[in-house]
Design a protein around this ligand. Structure first.
Ligand code: NAD
Ligand code: DAU
Length: 361
């Protein structure tokens, strides 16, 4: 029975990944979810899996070396799927240190613990062990506004924000472990995800939530920045494929060739919300493009991201299956059906965060 150690499994992509694993493999797996439960970690994301026999939740900080080492000593882990990170660019601009702490030092702690547990006396590793480091396309920096420019696995790293710099640092540590110790790992660099369970600090759920509340839709700068959107389930499928079939020591870029300017993406959300809400819903009338409000730009705002997923397509046969128009409907449907989740996520701390980030913009 394969044992997965998932870090950050109470967050957006990590929880989607755990649901995906159970859908695909049923009860024939063990999943240990290690998560600190920061503001972004939500146990509600794991409803439906928390009572599965092979599922264990451990509340721990990945920077806590003793706990992580003990944990590896006690459990025979086959695959580490390392999601845990501070993930929001705007927060990294306000408070960079915690990004270095979790994303760089936390990854170092995980790598060290896995190496100690897995490395044999002769310096080799048992067949079947793998550390999958989940990273981002933001490590490659920003692309020009040119339809022919893409991020490849060979594109040099050029991060701009403290978030992307800390992720780049963590990627380089994983590369160093592979090169120095022959440590069995893969790195995946993915574009912007959207879908169920995404915390409403990120642009898509933030716009859905604000529109439903009739609040302004804050567009940074001129709204012409481009992001390459991927439905989270397609990302989960790609991660599973890389774990099962990816060549050790390789990096795989993951993206959907689904580039949209922010303004275009927000207009699609507005139109889809209007189409999906019943005529007698009072919120429908309030939702219109008049809510769009241009606000001060993000500092160091990357202009364009766009992934070339040729390698994962050619080597592993991965293709994104969800078109944006379809994925955004699924996502909006999920937020409609989970209004309690959204209420919990946007109460308390979130209000303070929102005031701090947006009131003076
Ligand atoms: P998220 O912020 O929704 O979740 C992060 C999770 O990590 C939370 O559950 C949090 O509690 C946990 N965590 C944070 N610090 C921790 C610590 N010190 N110890 C243990 N757990 C800790 O993030 P996400 O959007 O799900 O992103 C997951 C990973 O995927 C990140 O590594 C991110 O860089 C990467 N990624 C995200 C996207 C995206 O569009 N969201 C795209 C590409 C790559
Ligand atoms: O590209 C992958 C990355 O995508 C991940 O590594 C990050 O973890 C994830 O947060 C995401 O980063 P972005 O900075 O691209 O996502 P965000 O949702 O914060 O912003 C998307 C775009 O929308 C960006 O151009 C900024 C803009 N934006 C964002 C917010 C929150 C707005 O215009 N208004 C907003 O209120």
């Amino acid at each position: 029975m394969k044992t997965y150690l998932v870090t950050g499994g109470a967050g957006f992509i990590g929880s989607n990944f755990i649901h995906y694993l159970y859908e695909k493999y049923g009860d024939g797996i063990r999943v240990i979810n290690v998560d600190k439960l920061t503001y972004a970690g939500n146990p509600e994301n794991l409803k439906g899996v928390e009572n599965k026999e092979g599922y264990t939740f451990v509340k721990a900080d990945i920077c806590d070396r003793q706990t992580i080492d003990e944990f590896f000593a006690k459990n025979d882990i086959d695959a580490v799927v390392h999601f845990a990170a501070e993930s929001h660019v705007d927060r990294s601009i306000v408070n960079p240190e915690v990004f270095v702490q979790t994303n760089v030092l936390g990854t170092a702690t995980m790598l060290n613990a896995a190496r100690k547990a897995w490395e044999k006396e002769d310096g080799t590793y048992p067949e079947g062990k793998k550390f999958l480091h989940v990273s981002t396309d933001e490590v490659y920096g920003s692309l020009p506004d040119d339809d022919n420019a893409f991020f490849y696995e060979t594109t040099p790293y050029a991060p701009h924000s403290p978030y992307s710099a800390s992720k780049a640092g963590s990627d380089l540590l994983v590369k160093a472990y592979m090169d120095t110790y022959g440590f069995p790992a893969n790195i995946t660099n993915c574009s912007n995800n959207y879908g169920p369970f995404q915390f409403p600090e990120k642009v898509i759920p933030l716009m859905i939530n604000n529109a439903l509340e009739g609040k302004k839709l804050p567009v940074y700068g001129d709204g012409m920045n481009i992001r390459d959107w991927l439905y989270v389930r397609d990302h989960c499928k790609a991660i599973d494929l890389v774990i099962e079939k990816g060549r050790l020591f390789e990096t795989y870029n993951i993206g959907g060739h689904n580039e949209k300017r922010n303004l275009e993406m927000i207009r699609i959300i507005i139109a889809t919300l209007r189409e999906m809400l019943p005529d007698d819903d009072p919120r429908k009338e309030r939702i219109s493009e008049d809510l769009i409000t241009f606000v001060a730009d993000r500092k160091g705002h990357d202009r364009r991201y766009a992934i070339a997923p040729d390698k994962i397509h050619k080597e592993l046969g991965w293709v994104p299956e969800t078109r944006f128009e379809e994925g955004i409907r699924e996502t909006i449907r999920w937020y409609f059906d989970n209004s309690e989740w959204l209420e919990h996520a946007t109460s308390g701390e979130y209000q303070k965060y929102y005031e701090k980030m947006y009131d003076k913009r």
